[in-house]
Design a protein around this ligand. Structure first.
Ligand code: FES
Length: 107
């Protein structure tokens, strides 16, 4: 990981609005989502059991888990519907030129 704590994970051109991409940073599997031109990053693994959220569906600013259907706000990480009870971690995103950089977990 870069000294600043930010790691390049994608090129801006790889993510058009509505696109998502799963990347690995250290031990974290992170989901990048371009939502209305802004790129957000949250955990790609559901907080309930083991499911990969990037295999689920985006609906507005929500991502729905493909396994049991919990929805999360991918901007805040907040869990919106059960059975999941824990929020997702979200990560800082920085755009530097054409580089999408992911930084430390927020909060
Ligand atoms: S694994 Fe995601 S809701 Fe159960």
């Amino acid at each position: 990981m870069a000294q600043s704590g930010f790691t390049k994970v994608a090129d801006v051109g790889e993510l058009s609005p509505g696109d998502m991409k799963s990347v690995e940073v250290g031990n974290d599997q992170i989901l990048l989502i371009n939502h209305e031109g802004n790129i957000y990053a949250c955990e790609d693994i559901c907080s309930h059991a083991y499911a990969v959220l990037s295999e689920g569906d985006i609906n507005g600013d929500e991502i729905e888990c493909p396994l049991h259907g919990s929805a999360f706000n991918f901007i805040t990480g907040e869990v919106l519907t059960p059975p999941a009870e824990e929020n997702l971690r979200t990560f800082e995103v920085r755009i530097e030129g054409e580089d999408v950089m992911v930084g430390p977990a927020k909060g």
